[in-house]
Design a protein. Sequence first.
Length: 479
Amino acid sequence: MRLPVPDEILPADRLGRVHFVGVGGAGLSAIARIMAARGLSVSGSDDADTPFLPALREAGVRLFHGYAAEHVAGLGPDDTLVVTTAAREDNPEVLAARARGVRLYPRSAGLASVMAGRRVVAVAGTHGKTTTTSMLTCALLACGADPTYAVGGLLGATGRNADAGAGPLFVAEADESDGAFLHYRPDVAIVTNVGADHLDQWGSVEAYRAAFVDFVDTMPAGSEGGLLVVGTDDEGGAALADHAEASGREVVRVGLGEGCDLLAADVLLEGSTSTFTVHQATPEGVVELGRVRLAVPGRHYVLDALAALGAGLRLGHPFGDLVAGLESFTGTGRRMERKGEAAGVGVYDSYAHQPAEIAGDLEAARSLAGEGRVLVAFQPHLVSRTRLFGAQMGAALGAADEVVVLDVYVAREDPDPAVTGALVADAVPLPDGAVAFVAGLDDAASELVRRARPGDLVLTLGAGDVTTLGPRLLDLLED
């Protein structure tokens, strides 16, 4: 369900009682937790049990399992319903709220309402948003800034995806998939990269990239001083930096290449760590700031950390304190998350579902595996994404030793019999027998058990229910 964003978004303290339809999702649960921490009357419903619900119960949010009109009984025109885009048009709570004249907000309006009155730092990009938001949060916490934060995954340092801090900063992951990030009007923006995704929403690569230009244009310019920190190793990010600078925003370019204001050099990926040296461009020349050792492996995590560092420095925090926070970062749920080990086989899970994300996580997996092999179970996500990028996904999976591909996880779209996981499996450049296309999760688990041997690392990849495969696999390996 896609609700219009109202012309005027009220601050959270004027929303009355707030009920969340789909409260178990990463986005809505974060908003609900912050509102509850600020003393608002908050309730919510969901038809699934998710990892975000325990923190809501701790915060005193009244939760309902399933959707029913009686869950919104007593709500009136001075109250608010915040609705997930995954809600069906016939959702009984939405229908009942409409009949009573209850204010209806989409997720983006709900997040904008809790941002009111804070200095907003919004983290956007085709990939890396969750990790960069999490890293910046850890860095700011280490500096004593006590920010409010809303992240699209469970932050390892706190075990939660949101907290209402006492400081003036609000750090938020800004999702471009449905245009939500166009409603936040940040003071500071981080754009990790600008590639191509969610073309079911935007229609073309050009329109997708133009949305990031529109996002930058929502920031203050000139003397009001909007700041953009942007990864410029990719063409889209470099073009966005040029636009922001030409339109009167301060720009910090970060990356591994030349022309960056903040540069990572001498990158070393070793086991579960990533180490790099930070160089900063100054009017007097390039200055070495110091060495950083992350507790997560992968070149893409180096870039995420560099973006967080660039924002933290421009916000006035000391390099040493920021680095201490970055080095304390232990990961975010579903981002190279270790699920366990059985029969000498390590199992990890990651949300990666785009070609660049797959390539980055496989590089990290190779570092973790050492002398062992890397086996991957990949579940394509969305029919439209698989149609457009299936061959590129397959090419990226070629960095593994063996690959099991599941069928497309269908969400928000109708199935297309011409678009299946076979499009990905057929494009994996590995020898015969090293790639299998299977029907479902049970078949994938059996196939992985058949292929795995002690010393291997198994990585489950995708944005759908493939995340449930790791525990199944561990149980089978134990047996």
